[in-house]
Design a protein around this ligand. Structure first.
Ligand code: 8YV
Length: 310
């Protein structure tokens, strides 16, 4: 069962190798009936960061054996239910790490150097009409705070180091093998960095971890970059801080209710917005698709899964 159209190559391969059901082809009001009718055949779900395997889907599929997610984040998979039912879960770590980290650095530079705004300035003919573009802030040497020092966070740190940026981080526990400064709370991290990059996974503990207090602490010169998940940030709080100048700037790749984005953000020049494209390169998406296919194949052949989460 493929939950959404996510990659034409993946879909074509699934169609070629399996009996493929496309969930989105049945209207939301008839999904229950669709699942009930096809439940005897469905042994695997392939979901992504938008639509994974929610409790209703899992409960409707008594023969479900494996959820192979086309994502590294598993916040849209009901892991507790999968664990309970012995359903295997696979994901796509490592192959997307470089792209996500590249985007975090790209967004940081785009925000501080106002690259998108400067592009709009040129396109509007303002350079000729109004003269040179205003001065911006540098990225090199800025203190970068990373929330979540997992695979992606660590790759962001390595890149930022090459820009001469002092690195600090917060995560549940201090990492034994890194020399970056650890802060035991996100508030202390926000108070000690110029650019705060959210790179942790979404759990009940990290939902709205970027709240009023954190934003206030990051302050009018601070930059927030979110490449994690939208619900990490209290979006209305973020917007009012940006509008009122209590936060310097923000770069967002993810949103609380994507693809619905609060329109206030469109009017702000100190904001760079991208449409959840952290892993969206041909190279990475092909590698992610191959991992999904490889995991399903391994499962069917009773071999060790390539990238098991459960
Ligand atoms: C994708 C992601 O957006 O891996 C993740 O957790 O958020 C992204 O790679 C997605 O799952 C592809 O549709």
């Amino acid at each position: 069962l493929l939950t959404l159209p996510m990659n034409p190559y993946l879909e074509a391969e699934l169609h070629r190798r399996c009996h493929l059901f496309r969930l989105w082809e049945s209207p939301p009001a008839r999904r229950k009936d669709f699942l009930r009718a096809n439940a005897p055949s469905i042994r695997a779900v392939v979901g992504n960061a938008a639509v994974g395997a929610d409790p209703e889907t899992i409960d409707a599929l008594p023969r479900l054996e494996i959820v192979a997610s086309y994502s590294v984040g598993l916040d849209k998979v009901d892991l507790a239910r999968c664990r309970e039912r012995g359903i295997r879960v696979t994901y796509t770590p490592d192959v997307l790490t470089d792209d996500a980290a590249d985007l975090a650095i790209g967004l940081s530079i785009a925000t501080l150097r106002r690259l998108c705004e400067a592009d709009r300035y040129v396109r509007a003919g303002s350079w000729k009409a109004k003269g040179d573009y205003k001065l911006t802030s540098r990225f090199s040497g800025k203190t970068v705070g990373i929330l979540g020092l997992g695979r992606i966070g660590l790759s962001v740190a390595k890149r930022a180091e090459a820009f001469g940026c002092p690195i600090c981080y917060h995560s549940r526990t201090k990492k034994p093998n890194v020399n970056y400064k650890y802060f035991p709370s996100v508030l202390e991290l926000a108070g000690n960095c110029d650019v705060l990059i959210v790179a942790c996974s979404l759990t009940e503990e990290t939902r709205h971890i970027i709240n009023h207090e954190v934003i206030k602490t990051l302050g009018p010169k601070g930059v927030l970059v979110n490449i994690g998940r939208g619900p990490h940030v209290d979006e209305p709080e973020l917007i009012s801080a940006l509008v009122e100048g209590r936060l310097g700037a923000a770069a967002l790749d993810v949103y609380e209710h994507e693809p619905d984005i609060p329109e206030e953000l469109f009017r702000l020049e100190n904001v760079v917005l991208t449409p959840h494209v952290g892993s969206a390169t041909w190279e990475t998406r092909k590698a992610m698709a191959d991992l999904v296919l490889g995991n399903l194949e391994a499962h069917v052949l009773n071999k060790p899964l390539l990238t098991p989460f459960l």
